[in-house]
Ligand binder design. Structure first.
Ligand SMILES: Nc1ncnc2c1ncn2[C@@H]1O[C@H](COP(=O)(O)OP(=O)(O)O)[C@@H](O)[C@H]1O
Ligand SMILES: [Mg+2]
Length: 320
């Protein structure tokens, strides 16, 4: 669907912000692009729909070389790629209906067809009742629903989301993410999610590209990223804990199919040692609930515990 090869982009000469990126996004995926602020995520997303030019490599979208498109080609490309933004970019003085109808109007869709489409979209995002409401009277979550409906108006194949939930509270974020996942599953639309929030990636993405300083530092399944965060980015991927002094803190990760309860109790029983539990969490991923546990192991038990974990092929890491 989207194929990026050796992409190089700079705004100022000799100051690249995207460096040799190479990856592909397949049709039907929810693909995450994640990284700290300034990593180059928005720039990369804007290369997909020709809002940015680039200096090296290629971006191919649905068989089209973005670089080679003339203005008519770009217009057609953008029709196939809807986009939503952190601050919604809606027309605040117009009502919900008018905002969603806007792209249809621009493309001269006949009135009755446009009306049918708008009503269908409002139903999809759950705003039928609000169709006459002015944008300025809506909550953040409702505004983003309007943004999503508008982005889908022209039946795009891809939906690009740039920090689409970054301005929303955690509960609203979850409802918007669930809506996006639902749209992906029911309509088969490919979704590209740009975000600096790992919890967004965790909740809806299947695969993820982790960018740092314009470089690809990890690419693969979301679960794999959490099991083995790249060096130097552990704090970005994981969240910090306060540790008890003494002993060794070990983070045990539990991918699907491993019950943590059983692992911990079996290890304690088999080795005849005890350890304290420092912290842990269960997180909801798109299809699973996965978790980790941090245990504190006394110095005299450490070798036995490490040996056991190696032997059982557990996913673990000694924390500094
Ligand atoms: N229009 C622009 N002109 C010059 N530099 C820019 C422009 N947009 C972004 N940058 C720079 O490019 C880098 C990547 O920015 P951006 O793609 O916005 O990162 P992210 O979305 O990951 O926060 C940053 O160093 C930023 O300052
Ligand atoms: Mg950005």
């Amino acid at each position: 669907m989207i194929r990026v090869r050796d992409l190089e982009k700079c705004y100022a000469p000799a100051r690249p912000v995207l460096k040799g990126l190479r990856f592909a996004i397949e049709a039907g995926e929810v693909f995450g692009i994640v990284g700290r602020s300034g990593a180059g995520k928005s720039t990369l997303l804007r290369c997909f729909n020709g809002l940015e030019t680039y200096q090296g490599g290629s971006v191919e979208v649905m068989g089209r070389q973005v670089k080679d498109l003339d203005s008519a080609g770009l217009k057609a490309l953008r029709q196939d790629m809807g986009m939503i933004f952190q601050h919604f970019s809606l027309m605040s003085r117009k009502n919900v209906y008018e905002n969603v109808a806007f792209p249809l109007h621009i493309w001269h869709t006949p009135k009755d067809r446009a009306h049918g489409r708008v009503m269908e979209l409002l139903e999809l995002v759950g705003l039928t009742e609000k169709k006459e409401e002015r944008i300025q009277n809506l909550s953040g979550g409702q505004k983003q629903r309007v943004g999503i409906a508008r982005a889908l108006a022209l039946n795009p194949k891809v939906l690009l989301c740039d920090e689409a939930t970054s301005a929303l509270d955690p509960d609203t974020t979850v409802t918007i993410l669930d809506l996006l996942l639902d749209i992906n599953r029911r309509l088969g639309i490919t979704i590209v999610v740009v975000t600096h929030q790992m919890e967004v990636v965790r909740r809806i993405c299947g695969r993820v590209l982790l960018l740092d300083g314009g470089r690809n530092v990890a690419l693969g399944g979301v679960e794999d990223l959490f099991l083995a965060p790249p060096l130097g980015l552990e704090k970005f991927v994981e969240q910090e804990f306060t540790f008890v002094p003494g002993g060794t803190n070990i983070r045990l990760m539990f991918p699907r199919s491993i019950s943590q309860q059983a692992v911990i109790t079996t290890m304690a029983r088999d080795l005849g040692v005890g350890f304290s539990i420092v912290g842990g969490r269960l997180d909801r991923y798109r299809d699973d609930v996965l978790g980790f546990l941090i245990i504190n192991v006394a110095d005299q038990d450490l070798d036995a515990v490490l040996g056991y974990m190696r032997e059982k092929h557990l996913h673990w890491k000694v924390l500094p």
